[in-house]
Design a binder for this molecule. Structure first.
Ligand code: DSN
Length: 489
């Protein structure tokens, strides 16, 4: 497995040369108008090439997917859906959207796919409103003997609106690894639904399915959400569906983080959400390695309502991004993507083992997906201090809450690491063990420091020489596994 085979599947040097020419030309065009943007674009590639990117939600899309975004599809309005637009002359957008949806359906084995969401939050909003439309609005209209909401009297419409705003949602809590869009109060999902959250077992950090079932039986949500952004373990979606079915809840899975592992057949059977959920949402830019955006997959029952996502909750589709989604999804259907996805999971295992053997505390004691959550209180640090010290040393991560976090969601007590990006560069298991060694070296050499007003959760000191030593060790790993090999600007 080489970085080349991972980033530019099956394309080789000729592909890199062609992409180099395209980028050089594009940068010259940009430079002629606003040279500072051309400069920032060059610098961003340089920075990404020279840092250890361990943010679990980031990756490197292929030049093909990235180049696809820079076209005149950006200029077209196409509100509506395939073959049913509110604007004229959408024939080419229809082609693009249909191809993106076709690749998504084939890749995930889903009956229906919707490629318009601009982000994961948008995808979740489309899903929530599609479920509300299917489960509450349509039967409500039937009760009132109406075909369309515009046919309702003011009083009936108010009654239906009250019903739409009086539904229940249950998802995983943010501090145990869930996402803010899964019913976190400060997010719109926590405001538009009566919400309650399930957590993980306080002793083990794992999902306790009996506890989830008990909470669901008591709360009886309309929607049960599974999926996570910082839970380092697999989920049994078959079990979660059984729990949802017991109370008649619609089962929705947000697979944004692990869509690449589903696409790459690392998660199969009970761990593949698609056969078990009514609605599945994802982003396309994380482990799936496509452009920044979202997708919704759905059963036939929910498809018609999902298809109305724009203009229900979405602005006009980003057709240039949908085109790039089609390209990236086509890449993910190639056999190389399965090799990549398996390497993502194997590398996470190696990273976790590397931490454990160096006595660093991990939430749940390890991982069996693409991410690792390190409890940095074992180093006497907050997540904020650890994140900054690592960044000083060329290691890009993000601080993250751990279960029952004593430092809250801003300073946090954890650092989240993910393997999708560096695996794209070609990093293997030994490289990730070395990454664990470098991280531990930085954290052992970091001390909390006081600010002008006393103890601080942000200030720290890093022992002299540590940042330079770690940066140069990281540079060796990065040079051995170049980003976009052969691409020159
Ligand atoms: N921002 C993403 C993440 O980092 O997990 C989720 O929205």
């Amino acid at each position: 497995m080489t970085a080349e085979s991972l980033t530019t599947p099956g394309q080789g040097a000729e592909y890199a040369d062609t992409a180099s020419e395209a980028y050089r030309a594009a940068l010259r065009v940009i430079e002629s108008v606003e040279p500072r943007i051309a400069e920032a674009t060059r610098k961003e590639l340089d920075d990404q090439r020279h840092s250890l990117k361990l943010i679990a939600s980031e990756n490197y899309a292929s030049p093909a997917a990235l180049l696809t975004m820079g076209t005149w599809f950006s200029d077209k309005y196409a509100e509506g859906t395939i073959g049913h637009r509110f604007y004229a002359a959408c024939q080419n957008v229809d082609t693009v959207e249909a191809l993106a949806a076709e690749h998504a359906r084939e890749l995930f084995g889903a009956p229906y796919a919707y490629a318009q969401p601009h982000s994961g939050i948008d995808a979740n909003l489309v899903a929530y409103w599609a479920i509300l439309a299917t489960r509450v609005e349509t039967p409500g209209l039937a009760e009132f003997g109406a075909k369309h909401i515009n046919d309702l009297s003011e009083a009936d419409w108010e009654a239906l609106r009250a019903k739409l705003g009086n539904q229940r949602l249950m998802g995983m809590s943010l501090d145990t690894g869930g996402h803010l869009t899964h019913g976190f109060r400060p997010n719109i999902s926590g405001k538009m639904f009566h919400q309650r959250q399930y957590g993980t077992n306080p002793q083990t950090g794992f999902i306790d399915y009996d506890a989830v079932a008990a909470a669901v039986r008591e709360f009886k949500p309309l929607i049960l959400v599974a999926g996570y952004s910082a839970y380092p373990r697999r989920v049994n979606f078959a079990k979660m569906r059984e729990i949802a079915d017991e109370v008649g809840a619609t089962f929705m899975v947000d697979m944004a983080h692990f869509a690449g592992l589903v696409a790459g057949k690392v998660f199969t059977g009970d761990e593949d959400p698609v056969p078990h959920a009514h609605v599945v949402t994802t982003t396309t830019h994380k482990s799936l390695r496509g452009p920044r955006g979202g997708l919704v997959l759905a059963t036939e029952e929910y498809a018609p309502a999902v298809d109305k996502g724009c203009p229900m909750v979405l602005g006009g589709p980003l057709s240039h991004v949908m085109a790039a989604k089609a390209v990236a999804l086509a890449e993910a259907r190639r056999p190389e993507f399965r090799t990549y996805a398996q390497a993502v999971a194997d590398n996470a295992q190696s990273l976790a083992d590397g931490f454990v053997k160096r006595d660093a505390a991990l939430v749940t004691g390890g991982t069996d997906n693409h991410l690792v959550l390190l409890d940095v209180t074992s180093f006497g640090l907050t997540g904020r201090q650890a994140e900054s010290a690592l960044l000083d040393s060329g290691i890009v991560t993000n601080r993250n809450a751990i279960p029952a976090d004593p430092n809250g969601a801003w300073y946090t007590s954890g650092i989240r690491f993910g393997t999708p990006a560096l695996t794209t560069r070609g990093f293997g298991a030994d490289d990730f063990d070395r990454v664990a060694e470098l991280v531990v070296e930085v954290l052992k050499n970091t001390q909390p420091a006081a600010g002008p007003n006393g103890p601080s959760k942000a200030k720290y000191t890093l022992a002299d020489g540590t940042a330079d030593r770690v940066r140069s060790a990281a540079a060796e790993l990065l040079e051995a596994n170049p980003l976009y090999p052969g691409l020159t600007l």
